[in-house]
Structures are given as structure tokens and as C-alpha cells.
Ligand binder design. Sequence first.
Ligand SMILES: NC(=O)c1ccc[n+]([C@@H]2O[C@H](COP(=O)([O-])OP(=O)(O)OC[C@H]3O[C@@H](n4cnc5c(N)ncnc54)[C@H](O)[C@@H]3O)[C@@H](O)[C@H]2O)c1
Length: 328
Amino acid sequence: MLLLSRSDIKKAITMREAIEANKKVFQLAVDDKIDSPLRTVMLAKDGNSTFIFMPAYSPDMDAAALKVINIFPQNIDKGLLSSPAQVMLIDGETGYVSALLDGATVTQIRTGASSGAAFDVLAKKDCRKGALIGTGGMAAMQLAGMVEARKLEEVKIFDMNEERCRKFIEVMQEELSEYGTKFIQAKDSDDCIEDADLIITVTPSPVPVFDGTKVKAGATISLVGAYEPHKRELDPAVLPRTSKIFCDLRDAALAETGDLIIPIADGIITEDDVLGSLGDVLKGTIAGRESDDEIIIYDTVGFAAMDLMAAKVIYDNAVKAGIGTTWE
Ligand SMILES: NC(=O)c1ccc[n+]([C@@H]2O[C@H](COP(=O)([O-])OP(=O)(O)OC[C@H]3O[C@@H](n4cnc5c(N)ncnc54)[C@H](O)[C@@H]3O)[C@@H](O)[C@H]2O)c1
């Protein structure tokens, strides 16, 4: 069994590879080629934190995986990750565990690559400005997915914690220097999104994190943070001007995120307005962007097969490159 740490994983996969891996798994998912029972969620004794067990099996990948991810929102104040995790990758031929991967890193990469894949597929070709709201544990890979998908001049970044935002920008300017994009701390969320072609929100907020009337025509918005029915980041004010809504997996998003559940309950949109999954667009069964003026929303809640696919690519690359520690 191979043990793959955070630094091993970062050496073993590029953001481009992660985006392409997501595109494949999104298509497998809409073709019903993934066996993925519902995740098991247990509430911790504080009544707020959760333990989550996410299994998936893909005969096409000849592998299965189980991710254990635990959401402890208060961790950020202790200088810890809010979503510590591990992914166990299992060989489809023998049932042996082939690798144990740092699941927080796998989650961050595959989720960043989810926004990256959505922008690749749904954003207009000529994008210059980006916006990122939220600079916690997931944010670095979101920014990486965004700049990988489109060549941007600048990305404005906002977090309600100014100091965290400042430090994040300092680190990311260095880490993503090869892209030549300028990262700027926004004064507030309006300043952040006003001029943006690409917008990502990645916060645990229960209320909208930006003013929907300020979104410019042609923008593509990736909503990442809200994975529970009572949480939302999207201001419904943008919905009347939105021409298309897609999800990573339509049924899962409709069941899980307040970004869709709340405006549907309020009668602002209907389920029919949620056109489909990104895999449908990739397969060509549903049209994606048809004009540069359309505002398009992408909602990603994540699903276990994304972890399986990312873990498989990371493991295969790591074996080829001799990365990781073998546990006999
Ligand atoms: N879609 C997916 O597949 C997926 C995967 C993993 C995590 N998530 C979710 O993404 C969200 C972010 O995760 P994380 O690990 O980065 O969280 P985190 O706690 O590490 O960071 C969240 C950041 O958001 C900021 N924030 C909160 N409310 C804000 C607001 N209204 N405006 C601006 N900034 C605000 C906080 O100050 C903090 O810096 C969580 O809700 C998590 O559950 C989604």
C-alpha cells in the first residue's frame, strides 16, 4: 500500500490533469457508470460538526474508494483545516487497498478542478478578470482551477477576515506566479465581483455572499461552499438575469444545496431551470454557453467518484514517478 502525503500528491498531479480527470468522471456519472451509494453522515456531539463517509466504485476505472471527511467548522479558528480527510483507494481486481491519500488535499484539488472544468466548458473564451470570495482551506486550489481555465489579468479576492485574505494573496502570488495573474485584495464583495468574468464563492456562509445585481453580463459563477439545504452563497437577485444553471451532478445538487433549494422553495426558479450536469454539456446532449452575454451558474456539491477519479490518477502517476512511501 502506498501512503501519499500532501506534498506527494502535489507532485503527482497538475491542475490540468485534475480538470481533465473531472471531465471524464462527470461523463461517467451522467452515463450511470458509477456505483456510488449515498454518503453516511453522523453528527458530532457538538451538534455542528459532522463525520462523512463517501464510497464509490467504477468498473471503468477498475477501482473503488472510500473518503472519510469530517467537517469541523470551528477548526479554522484553531489554525486547523475545517475538513480533515483521508481517501482509501482500492484495487478493483483484488480488493486490496492500493493507497491511502491525504484526503484534504485530494478534496481541495478535485474541487478546484471542478470549478476549473466548469470554466473550461461554460465560460466565454475571452475572460480577463476573476473574483474569489473566501480564502479558507479550499481557496488555493479554487484559484488554481480558475487561472488554469482562463488566462486572466487579475483576480480580486475577498474574505470577511481581512488578515487571512491578505496572507492568502501573499502566498498565492508566489505559488501561482507562473500564470502571471495579479491577485488583488478587494475592499468588499461588491468591489470583488463587479467587473468579474469568472466568480467563485467558497465559504460556509448561510447567507448570500455578494450582491447579485452587481454581476456583469457574460459572467460564469461557480458556487462551491454551500453543501447543505440551509446554506447558500448565491444572491437570488441574479437569477432573473441568469440564462443557464448547471451542476456537477444535478440530482445531488438539487437535494443538497440551499443555493438551489431555497430559490426553488421561494418560487424564484423551478427545478426545470436547473438544466443538467456538466457531463451533459461535455457529452453534447445539452447546450452550454451560446453567447458571450449569458450569465451562467455552476453549482458544485462534490461527489465520491470525483475523489475516486482524482485518487486513481494521483496513484497511477505516483507509481510511475516513484513518489510516496510504501507501507508493507
Ligand atoms: N463543493 C464541494 O465539493 C466542497 C468540497 C469541500 C468543501 N466544500 C465547502 O466549501 C466551503 C469552504 O470550505 P473551506 O475548507 O475553505 O472553509 P474554511 O472554514 O477553511 O474557510 C472559509 C472562509 O470563508 C470566509 N467567509 C465566511 N463567510 C464569508 C462571507 N460571507 N464573505 C466572505 N468570506 C466569508 C471565512 O472567513 C473563511 O476564511 C465549506 O462550506 C465547505 O463545506 C465544498
